[in-house]
Write a protein that binds this ligand. Structure first.
Ligand code: SF4
Ligand code: SF4
Ligand code: FES
Length: 242
């Protein structure tokens, strides 16, 4: 089969030059075997347009920096093969996050803000003693924590979330997932009322409409549906007790 001719329609906008309105620019390319969107975008930048902005670090689905809307669906560009896409491909930046230019968005500031707002660290009254043996945890709990800690902060669950797209302060599935990580950690001494303060609101778990786009879009398969249900249940009980 002869290689396909691919057309990429890519969002262009530079917030530093607001006089130039946003536009869609087309680029043409011959498909190659095993071609990912990482290869495509680098080829376009090297051979056709050095001004095109996008982010990649690891190229292996680990760093979370290459999330974008690919034919309307939020996912990782480095893990997407052109052979799984039609010959016309649209690339847009993830919504919700601050646009840095073209396909590049600032997920880091968003995640930092959510970490601070949800107090995403182990709350304990114990003082650290470097000479003591490390605290033990049963295997099942450790594995549960590990499972939700796999989040690579790519922002795909946020970009595809209806609530996050209309409510700028909504912490989204990634934020709720992070809170659940501390709820299941026996070292965190916060009680349910303290958790309610950080996540029991319309900007937290009660803003979620439950249609599960986040669960469908998470490129590494974090069980977001289960985590949202777990936090919703706990916070409903905490709210009822108030
Ligand atoms: S289920 Fe909730 S968090 Fe997930 S996409 Fe829908 S509104 Fe957003
Ligand atoms: S939960 Fe999944 S989709 Fe959301 S930021 Fe983490 S890895 Fe990305
Ligand atoms: S470049 Fe790291 S996840 Fe895609």
């Amino acid at each position: 089969m002869s290689p396909r001719h691919l057309t990429f329609r890519i969002f262009r906008y530079n917030p530093d030059t607001p006089k130039h309105p946003p536009s869609i620019q087309s680029y043409e390319l011959q498909e190659e075997t095993g071609m990912t969107l990482f290869i495509v975008l680098n080829k376009i930048r090297e051979e056709q347009d050095p001004s095109l902005k996008f982010d990649f670090v690891c190229r292996a689905g680990i760093c979370g920096s290459c999330g974008m809307l690919i034919n309307g669906r939020p996912t990782l560009a480095c893990k997407t093969l052109t052979r799984d896409l039609p010959a016309e491909i649209s690339l847009m930046p993830l919504p919700v996050f601050k646009l840095l230019g073209d396909l590049s968005v600032d997920t880091g500031m968003w995640f930092r803000d959510v970490s601070l707002r949800t107090e995403a660290w182990v709350h304990t009254g114990k003082t650290f003693n470097p000479n003591e043996q490390e605290e033990r945890m049963d295997n099942e709990t450790a594995l549960n924590i590990y499972e939700v800690e796999r989040c690579i902060e790519c922002g795909c669950c946020i970009g595809g979330c209806a609530t996050a797209n209309i409510k700028p302060d909504f912490i989204g599935a990634a934020g709720v997932n992070r809170v659940s990580r501390f709820m299941i950690d026996p070292r965190d001494e916060r009680d349910e009322q303290e958790y309610f303060e950080v996540v029991g609101s319309e900007d937290g778990i009660f803003g979620c409409v439950g249609l599960m786009a986040c669960d469908d879009n998470c490129p590494i398969g974090i069980p977001l549906q289960g985590q949202l249900a777990y936090v919703r249940r706990k916070m409903a009980v905490a709210g009822w007790k108030r």
